[in-house]
Design a binder for this molecule. Structure first.
Ligand SMILES: [Zn+2]
Length: 114
């Protein structure tokens, strides 16, 4: 029932924690848990929409509340469909392009998967 990540070198599942470090008993590789999260190509962070659906790159979502576009007078209206989202890191975790507005970032908590 371990939730530790597999060894990044040999993929062994038998990693264990030694203080701040993770240790692989099979190839003796040691690494820090934080480091492995940062260097893994794909982060394990799961981004969910307002109702708990897991979002993925390429999903279509709809906006669940009017959102002001920072630095302009534009508003993304509730119900606006946003196609082909891209997940990213940060406070605003969705990168997208909206018709009539252009590229912008959204918060996953204000969208719902379509
Ligand atoms: Zn290993």
């Amino acid at each position: 029932m371990s939730t530790l990540p597999p060894c990044p070198k040999c993929n062994s599942e038998y990693t264990y924690e030694d203080g701040q470090m993770l240790v692989c008993p099979e190839c003796a590789h040691e690494w820090s848990a934080n480091e492995s999260a940062a260097t893994a190509g794909e982060s394990d962070k799961v981004i969910k929409d307002a109702v708990g659906n897991t979002l993925q790159d390429g999903d279509t979502v709809s906006v669940i509340k009017d959102l002001k576009v920072k630095g302009s007078s534009l508003v993304v209206k509730v119900g606006t469909k946003v196609k082909n989202i891209r997940l990213c890191d940060g406070d605003h975790d969705i990168d997208c392009k909206i018709d009539g507005i252009g590229a912008m970032k959204l918060k996953s908590e204000f969208v719902k998967k379509v």
